[in-house]
Design a protein. Sequence first.
Length: 101
Amino acid sequence: MARQAQKTRAGARRGERTRRPLQPRLLGLGAAAALAVIAWGVLVWAAISSGRSARGGDSTAWVFMGLASVGAAACLFVALMLTPALLRKLGIIAERAPHRH
């Protein structure tokens, strides 16, 4: 009766994970997205505040409220465009596949 050699794994099959160097472009993208979210919050707060003043009889507050609302919408749009771009560059979400017509 012949002995069968036991099969063992001698080592890991994957190499070591390499750390990605810090990329200034990604820091800038993250900072821009964070700044857009912060600006959105400030503009929403300003729109609410000026809306209260406008309802109290201050007619110029209506203009400021409208401008703050448009600015807040623009900041939110920018933040929603930058955040997925940052997540794609970091490899957290997959790249978009091209459209097939």
